[in-house]
Ligand binder design. Structure first.
Ligand SMILES: Nc1nc2c(ncn2[C@@H]2O[C@H](COP(=O)(O)OP(=O)(O)OP(=O)(O)O)[C@@H](O)[C@H]2O)c(=O)[nH]1
Length: 393
């Protein structure tokens, strides 16, 4: 082993050393658009999150990434975790809290357990050290609340999201047990965390695909798409995936793919685009998704749609309903046009949402009919009909 390859432990209170400049993730560094991009990695227990993280921390990919192990969820019953990123003859693998491990490939492995979001901001203040953050949640954590904290939004412009920009949520699903877990999983409030994770994800790695039969892989993938029609699925073995497919995807930017247009990778490594027509409403054990077409909106309809979204996301009810709040939107996204020819993109995580105009040619799906996708609890046929009536689809 060469001297350069030996990881160095750095105390977080000392200045994090500046790393050697390497190629940025994108041609245009996303930091210029405000904030260091952050990807949340969640996943089912034993699905392969650590395998993915270890790969990122040890492979020579040329990216400067800080990987943060997080315990933001319910910390009470979550075991303490470490990642072995060292070679077998290295004894520095066991990371304590508030430590940063600088690795030979330019990555930083940060352990800031139990100190909350502010600690990441603290890390950011010592910046220059890294230009991309991967946040690994525990196997049981619901990524939704964390995602909404980091999502760049006016509400947070002067707060926590100032230096960090949410790029996407990646969920690692076990190809062997994932389907069973999704179908059986039930949390205290009746919706399993595994379903919440899939519902909140922008990208799913269907990992351990070497161990699952082709039919199980197809069934699991179909279930994932039912829970989240807007997600991109990559089948992986030992979490081997081109990093460009999980980082720098800008899933919360005002540029989204048409929600029912999926790319997924087959075992032959060949990627195909699929249009999934079929039903537009699904329910899997409490989590449902709905999708409606949106023809070009007049200003009045646009206002009505905005009001609908506001009421559903903020109050948990339909605008016309006197009922108590019963709806919970975990994620929404979509794209539509106005009669004036402008294109808008909707992005939402829980109660936070944003409708932004996109430049002509910037968005994908230049057709006249747009689409909206909502994923969450209580989104039944009545909600779909109500949205369809407002959107005019
Ligand atoms: N055959 C096979 N084994 C895998 C694959 N990915 C991971 N493994 C193995 O599965 C086991 C669990 O993987 P981890 O990466 O530790 O999973 P994890 O999601 O971090 O697990 P927890 O943190 O305990 O939830 C390890 O023994 C891995 O070597 C894969 O694609 N195929």
């Amino acid at each position: 082993m060469e001297e350069d390859d030996i990881p160095v432990l750095v105390d977080i209170d000392e200045d994090v050393p500046a790393l050697v400049e390497t190629s940025a993730l994108n041609e245009e560094p996303t930091t210029e658009k405000g904030g260091v991009p952050l990807t949340i990695i969640c996943g089912f227990l034993g699905a392969g999150k650590s395998t993915l993280v270890r790969r990122i921390l040890t492979e020579r990919h040329g990216y400067r990434i800080a990987v943060i192990m997080n315990e933001f969820g319910d910390t009470a019953d979550i075991e303490s975790r470490t990642i072995n990123v060292s070679s077998p003859d290295d004894s520095t693998s066991d990371l304590g809290s508030e430590e940063v491990l600088e690795l030979a490939n330019g990555c930083l492995c940060c352990s800031i357990k139990d100190v909350g979001v502010a600690a990441i901001e603290k890390l950011m203040q010592k910046k220059g050290a890294f230009d991309y953050i991967l946040l690994e949640t525990t196997g049981l954590a619901d990524p939704g609340p964390i995602a909404s904290i980091f999502w760049q939004n006016e509400e947070y412009a002067a707060g926590l999201g100032r230096d960090i920009k949410l790029d996407g949520v990646v969920c690692v699903v076990d190809a062997v047990f994932g389907r069973k877990q999704m179908l059986e999983d039930e949390a205290v409030d009746g919706v399993g965390e595994s379903l919440r994770q899939v519902a909140s994800a922008d990208v799913v790695l269907l990992n351990k695909s070497d161990l699952a039969s082709p039919s199980l892989l197809s069934e699991t993938e179909a279930l994932i798409r039912k829970v989240n029609p807007a997600v991109t699925v990559h089948r992986t073995v030992r979490a081997e995936v081109d990093l460009g497919k999980i980082v720098g995807i800008d899933a919360y930017a005002s540029r989204v793919s048409a929600p029912d247009h999926h790319a997924h990778e087959h075992d032959d490594g060949c990627e195909h685009e699929h249009d999934h027509a079929g039903p537009t409403h699904y329910e899997v054990r409490g989590i449902s998704s709905l999708q409606v077409p949106v023809p070009p909106l007049s200003p009045e309809r646009f206002e009505k749609l905005d009001e609908w979204i506001r009421t559903v996301l903020w109050e948990g009810t339909l605008p016309s309903s006197q009922a108590h709040s019963s709806l919970e939107v975990l994620r929404c996204k979509g794209m539509f046009k106005t009669t004036a020819g402008k294109t808008y993109v909707l992005q939402g995580v829980r109660s936070i949402y944003d409708i932004a105009e996109v430049e002509e040619g910037e968005g994908v799906g230049q057709g006249e009919v747009g689409k909206l996708v909502f994923i969450g609890k209580g989104l039944g046929e009545d909600v779909r009909k109500s949205l369809a009536a407002v959107a005019g689809g």
